[in-house]
Design a protein around this ligand. Structure first.
Ligand code: P6P
Length: 348
């Protein structure tokens, strides 16, 4: 059985965008190439001295690179060389990177927000980690790039995706016309279409949250967790709790079997922990395209106007009916009417 490769799929779907001249296709290809290089190193991290802290010397006497620093370098290299992207906002850099300054030939029309290797603290534990990316189009490519150009609402994304380096390595992405998943076939070094038209079940049986923070959660989250734990055959409760502590792995499971993932505001993360630009927005785009929902507890994530590159927000994301149930508890607690919770009408 011959699979369709990522490259073949991207070219085939290019027809979905009549005005496309191939730039976005080439940009997605560049991301796929960097992901394959990173996959090779992630899979042998323990052997290649790529574990541990940045700054030590590895056995070759080279400056030891933490994997997320290595991953960041690979994406910057691939996107700079590909010249379709002109600006990168990376989790690894305080400020954005203007690629046109690294390569004056770069006239890229796209901006990329990226978490090169999310969950990298799990590498030493052999737990799945991932890359998360979000792609925007420049509003006016005839003027010098301004950093605030990347602070666009999530609904402006032209594409978003993640790579999960797990028991197999998968790339899952959307360009706003559904979600498709590709599994890396190491024997040919190609991502092959393995999960066409991915959709998230309307409901699920799994809730995913770090319950170690329970005492620091807002009341509506505590009430929802208790709701999940109560017996009720009609709503197939109690639900199962699953928390990996690697966002890409927790969201991928949620997409495939349904459920809800929550990282709410806590007393030590009053704005939430996860980042809007390169974690929450791309995941929200993907999950909405698959039929799910993504809110901060009160607002639709994709409608938020980013204030700065590394802005943190609370996130509740997953199956539609389960996210709605969390919002119901939020509304009860805040005495808001459902019409005040922007972006969605509730099924509850
Ligand atoms: P906690 C990993 O460090 C990460 O950024 C996400 O991948 C993950 O969802 C979250 O933090 C886990 O955070 O506080 O539960 O360890």
């Amino acid at each position: 059985m011959t699979f369709k490769t990522l490259g073949q799929f991207i070219i085939e779907k290019q027809a979905d965008f009549p005005y496309a001249k191939g730039e976005l296709s080439r940009l997605l290809r560049d991301i796929g190439i960097a992901a394959k290089i990173i996959n090779r190193e992630v899979n042998k991290a323990g052997l290649a001295d790529l574990l541990g802290e940045y700054g030590a010397q590895n056995i070759q006497g080279e400056a030891q690179k933490k994997l997320d620093v290595y991953a960041d370098e690979q994406f910057i290299e691939a996107l700079s060389r590909g010249c379709e992207c002109c600006y990168i906002a990376s989790e690894e850099h305080e400020n954005g990177i203007d690629l046109s300054k690294l390569n004056t030939a770069n006239r890229g029309k796209y901006l990329v927000c990226i978490d090169p290797l999310d969950g990298s603290s799990n590498i030493d534990l052999n737990v799945s980690v991932g890359t998360i990316f979000s792609i925007y189009r420049r509003k006016d490519s005839d003027v010098p790039i301004r950093p605030e150009e990347v602070l666009q609402c999530g609904i402006e994304q032209v594409a978003a995706g993640y790579v999960i380096y797990g028991s197999s390595t998968m790339l899952v992405y959307t360009t706003g016309k559904g979600v498709n998943g590709f599994t890396l076939d190491p024997s040919i070094g190609e991502f092959c279409l393995s999960h066409p038209d991915m959709t998230i079940p309307e409901t699920g049986r799994t809730y995913s949250v770090n319950e170690g923070n329970y005492l620091k959660f807002p009341q509506y989250i505590k009430q929802y967790i208790k709701y999940c734990q109560q017996e009720d055959e009609r709503t197939s409760r109690p639900y199962t709790s699953r928390y990996i502590g690697s966002m890409v792995a927790d969201i991928h499971r949620t997409l495939v079997i349904g459920g809800v993932f929550l990282y709410p505001e806590t007393s030590n993360y009053p704005e939430g922990k996860l980042r809007l630009l390169y974690e929450c927005n791309p995941m929200a785009f993907i999950i909405e395209q698959a039929g799910g929902r993504a809110v901060t507890g009160v607002n639709r994530i994709l409608e938020l106007k980013p204030q700065h590159l590394h802005q943190r927000i609370p996130i509740v994301i997953g199956s539609r009916t389960m996210v709605d149930k969390v919002c119901e508890f939020y509304i009860q607690e805040s005495d808001q009417t459902s019409s005040e919770v922007s972006g969605y009408t509730f099924s509850g």
